[in-house]
Design a binder for this molecule. Structure first.
Ligand SMILES: NC(=O)c1ccc[n+]([C@@H]2O[C@H](COP(=O)([O-])OP(=O)(O)OC[C@H]3O[C@@H](n4cnc5c(N)ncnc54)[C@H](OP(=O)(O)O)[C@@H]3O)[C@@H](O)[C@H]2O)c1
Length: 252
């Protein structure tokens, strides 16, 4: 029987590319997002027919998420892998921070992701052998200027994943986090600065697919070199790191 994967944010970018990659590798894909028209187009992208099923779902609406996930699992079964990928950013904000924007970003990136996990957990506990993969970001390693809401929402997701790791492991659920660097997608197309070491989305999906299937590590990085540099920045003392980000502000 085909293995089953559930992907949120499958209508564009990384989620879309991962859905195609898994479908072409013989998986049955439950592909969710708000834009059903794009999901319907996605179903035709796979080399294997009828392997991608579109699921219209706004992750920020807890009630819809709960009923949609219940319906989907009753119809298609409990997924072997869940990728909680849907996310958003508003990179060109001119404010130090806007409360409304920050709330909106957390509503999707953090609470939206948790809405999905909350609805899925009772089923995954019964399965006793599954993976839940959070799409976080190296932007969550440390604060970056002009990205307070996005960085903090991703830090929150990574910390949340670390916190539940062992409790979930004891229930047969492997918790993992993907921390990508820059990947060319509609989300990064909004950035007005030059993005170092940016990679095409298909390449990112290939790397992520291999690491999801062939490795068991908690953290998945791609591209590794950029993520390695970001990890070094994470180790710098605050005074040095904050001086470097001051330079960054002057260049933006
Ligand atoms: N691209 C990068 O360089 C990069 C780097 C690090 C991390 N990430 C993370 O990777 C994930 C995917 O980003 P991407 O670059 O592929 O961006 P993208 O092309 O803009 O895709 C975002 C996806 O999230 C979905 N989404 C947004 N809000 C949603 C909501 N309320 N309910 C359901 N789905 C929603 C969108 O679908 P609908 O609009 O159809 O709902 C879309 O499919 C995000 O979590 C992002 O933070 C990206």
């Amino acid at each position: 029987m085909k293995k089953l994967i559930f992907v949120t944010g499958a209508s564009s970018g990384i989620g879309r590319a991962l859905s195609i990659k898994f479908a072409n590798s013989g998986w049955k894909v439950l592909a969710s997002a708000r834009r059903l028209d794009l999901l319907k187009k996605l179903t035709k992208e796979s080399e294997n027919l009828n392997t991608i099923t579109p699921i219209k779902m706004d992750i920020s609406n807890r009630k819809t998420v709960s009923s949609q996930i219940n319906k989907t699992i009753k119809k298609y079964g409990i997924p072997d892998i869940v990728i909680l990928n849907a996310g958003t950013n508003n990179p060109n904000s001119k404010y130090i921070f806007s409360l409304e924007e920050t709330e909106q970003i957390f509503k999707i990136n953090f609470f939206g992701t948790l809405n999905c996990l909350h609805a899925l957990l009772p089923f995954l506990k019964k399965k006793n052998n599954s993976q839940v993969i959070f799409m976080s970001s190296v932007a969550g390693y440390r604060g970056l200027p002009y990205a307070a809401a996005y960085c903090s929402s991703k830090s929150a997701i990574t910390t949340f994943a670390e916190s539940i790791y062992n409790q979930c492991k004891n229930l047969g659920i492997a918790i993992r986090v993907i921390n990508p660097g820059f990947v060319k997608t509609p989300l990064t197309d909004k950035n007005k600065f030059k993005m170092p070491m940016i990679i095409p989305v298909e390449k990112a999906a290939d790397i992520m697919y291999k690491k999801i299937i062939f490795s068991k590590k908690f953290e998945i990085n791609c591209p590794w070199l950029f993520c390695f540099i970001m990890k070094i920045l994470r180790l710098l003392p605050n005074s040095l790191y904050l001086s470097l980000t001051q330079l960054l502000i002057k260049r933006l």
